[in-house]
Ligand binder design. Structure first.
Ligand code: SF4
Length: 240
């Protein structure tokens, strides 16, 4: 998976599809107004999420997806996210939770990160659910990262087998065009970040949230930027 995944994003970065080129153009124009405003970066990311959802609506899969509320086997896969995705999720959390709820979330994230820090993506324990999974429901569904928007299944049994085998490489039959669209959005966005000289790498989701959540988001903290310097594989797992 890792070599394939590195190749898939790296290849996509060098040879942008028409969709990725359009996302890059729109994102670079948007960010050029004030590339160091976390709120503007989050506004862009929300706009891209909505555009991807609209793309999915206009390009429905040939058969019904197996995914539905309450199904969460895939939420035991760790995902990576870029700076705009992390800032967008933190803004959503700060807008939709109380101070007490954020304290509880921070404690849960710190416990989670103690178990994953310094471990390669594939070696992260498979019994660890996403920190945002609450009673099989995704508490940040509205602003979930591109990797979660890309992930889906045509047969839930594929996901159950992957979950029971604790095997992140287990093949899951998917609709490739749906994954490719999300990958094109991320590649266009990261090219735009390069253009405005912002870090275009990614980080494991809870590690990024732990770093950004304590801050007010009125400016980009210098300490965040080194966390997003490197793109590491693992963002878009392989399919059947
Ligand atoms: S990808 Fe699989 S585990 Fe995730 S919601 Fe869809 S069917 Fe359920």
């Amino acid at each position: 998976m890792h070599n394939r995944t590195r190749r898939s994003r790296t290849t996509a970065l060098t040879t942008l599809s028409p969709l990725a080129k359009e996302v890059r153009k729109v994102s670079a124009e948007f960010l050029s107004h004030n590339p160091h405003s976390p709120f503007l970066i989050a506004d862009l990311c929300v706009g891209l999420f909505e555009s991807l959802d609209a793309f999915y609506d206009q390009n429905p899969p040939p058969c019904e997806l197996a995914c539905g509320p309450g199904c969460s086997f895939c939420c035991y896969n760790q995902v990576r996210a870029t700076l705009p995705e992390i800032v967008t999720i933190v803004r959503y959390i700060q807008k939709t939770t109380s101070e007490f709820e954020r304290q509880l979330l921070s404690q849960n994230i710190q416990r989670h990160n103690q178990r994953i820090r310094g471990i390669s993506d594939l070696d992260i324990p498979r019994d660890l659910p996403c920190v945002f999974l609450k009673k099989s429901r995704r508490s940040i569904y509205e602003v979930r990262p591109f990797a979660c928007r890309a992930w889906h299944a045509l047969n839930r049994s594929d996901c159950l087998r992957a979950f029971e085998e604790k095997n992140p490489l287990a093949p899951v039959e998917q609709y490739p065009a749906r994954r490719q669209a999300a990958l094109d959005f991320v590649c266009g966005l990261t090219r735009a970040l390069d253009h405005v000289r912002l870090p275009s790498g990614d980080i494991i989701l809870p590690l990024g949230i732990e770093a950004v959540l304590p801050f007010s988001l009125d400016h980009l903290e210098p300490g965040w930027l080194p966390l997003f310097q490197i793109h590491k594989p693992g963002n878009f797992p392989n399919t059947a």
